[in-house]
Write a new protein. Structure first.
Length: 152
């Protein structure tokens, strides 16, 4: 049997249809001033710091730690035994597979630093044009049988 408890500190909001699992060996704790929207699952032994904001349909797996002032947007999944650093933000529909340093802003699946993800998206959107340029170059450059360029 689980011997831990669920502890909700002062001024915690828990929205409808949230599920907070009691700890297995230690307590599950929701820190003071944290706000939780609807349909959130908080697994066993999770520690959520003060003044966190968690939007709807988020799942936080067992023994994860959210430090103070973390914002988690809707439909995010966080695997177990991770630490989300203080002041971090996780964008909607992200999947967090590794711990985050304080002040991180991540997005996507898998969650990566948002600035890097935006750069990658730009490059991915340019790939069709890059492929067309390569095909045009291949038509005008002498290509040998081993796919090298024969420039004399």
């Amino acid at each position: 049997p689980h011997i831990g408890r669920v502890i909700l500190k002062d001024s915690v909001w828990v929205g409808p249809n949230c599920c907070i699992d009691r700890g297995t060996l230690s307590d599950t704790v929701i820190g003071e001033g944290t706000k939780m929207d609807n349909l959130i699952h908080i697994a066993h032994n999770v520690q959520i710091g003060e003044n966190c904001a968690i939007a709807g349909q988020v799942g936080i797996a067992g023994s994860s730690i959210l430090e103070n002032n973390v914002a988690v947007a809707g439909q995010v999944g966080i695997i177990g035994h991770l630490k989300i650093g203080e002041g971090s933000t996780v964008a909607a529909k992200s999947a967090v597979f590794q711990s985050l340093d304080p002040g991180s802003f991540v997005s996507g699946v898998p969650a990566r630093h948002h600035k890097n993800r935006l750069r990658q998206d730009v490059i991915i959107n340019q790939l069709p044009d890059i492929l067309n340029r390569i095909r045009k170059l291949e038509k005008i450059l002498p290509i040998t049988e081993d796919n090298s360029i024969d420039i004399k």
